[in-house]
Design a protein around this ligand. Structure first.
Ligand code: DQA
Length: 166
C-alpha cells in the first residue's frame, strides 16, 4: 500500500525585496464622497484606493523598488486603528482624520514601531481652523502632504516609497 506524502506547509514569507505599505485612514474618512465637499471634494475612499492601485507600479519604478504591496485600512475606532500600526509593514501612508489633532497615542505608537510614515490630508489644514494647524504626528513624519485633495495620497505615496527600505 502506498502512503501519500504530505507536502510541507509553505511558510508565508515576504518575497525578497518586496515592500509592504499600509494605507491607514482614520476617523470619518469612510464618509468621503458625501462629506463637506467644500473641503474634501466628491471623491470616495474607494476611488482613492483605485487611483493608488493603478499608480503603485509606476511609483515603485520611480523609487527604484521591486514589488510593492498596498494594504488599505479604515477605522473609526482609535484602539483598532492604533493596533493596526505594527512592524509587519515597511511604511505607512496615513490620514488619521481628526485624530491628527488629538492623538498623542497614535504619535507614540508610530514612534515605537519606528517605520517611515507620511501623513496626508485632502484639505489644506493650514488654511482652516486654528486647531487643525496642530498635528501630533507631523514631527515624526518622513513628510506631510496636504491640500491637494485625492492627489495628496499619490504625492505622499511617491514620497514614502522613496524613503522605505525593502
Ligand atoms: C483631514 C483633515 C482633518 O482636520 C479632519 O478632521 C479630517 C480630514 C483631511 O484629510 O483633510 O477628518 O484629515
Amino acid at each position: 500500500m502506498s502512503t501519500i506524502k504530505k507536502s510541507k506547509p509553505v511558510a508565508k514569507k515576504k518575497a525578497p525585496n518586496s515592500v509592504r505599505i499600509l494605507v491607514a485612514n482614520g476617523v470619518n474618512l469612510d464618509l468621503l464622497g458625501s462629506r463637506e465637499a467644500e473641503h474634501y471634494g466628491a471623491v470616495t475612499l474607494q476611488e482613492i484606493q483605485s487611483q493608488m492601485e493603478a499608480s503603485v507600479v509606476g511609483l515603485a519604478e520611480v523609487a527604484g523598488l521591486g514589488p510593492v504591496s498596498l494594504e488599505f485600512f479604515q477605522s473609526n475606532r482609535e484602539h483598532e486603528f492604533l493596533e493596526k500600526l505594527s512592524n509587519a509593514y515597511d511604511g505607512f501612508l496615513i490620514n488619521p482624520g481628526a485624530w491628527t489633532h488629538t492623538s498623542l497615542a497614535i504619535a507614540d505608537r508610530l514612534r515605537a514601531v519606528a517605520r517611515p510614515y507620511v501623513e496626508v490630508h485632502l484639505s489644506n489644514i493650514s488654511a482652516r481652523e486654528e486647531f487643525r494647524k496642530k498635528s501630533f504626528l507631523a514631527p515624526g513624519a518622513a513628510g506631510v502632504v496636504y491640500g491637494m485633495g485625492a492627489e495628496s495620497y499619490l504625492a505622499g505615496l511617491c514620497g514614502l516609497l522613496l524613503k522605505v527600505k525593502p
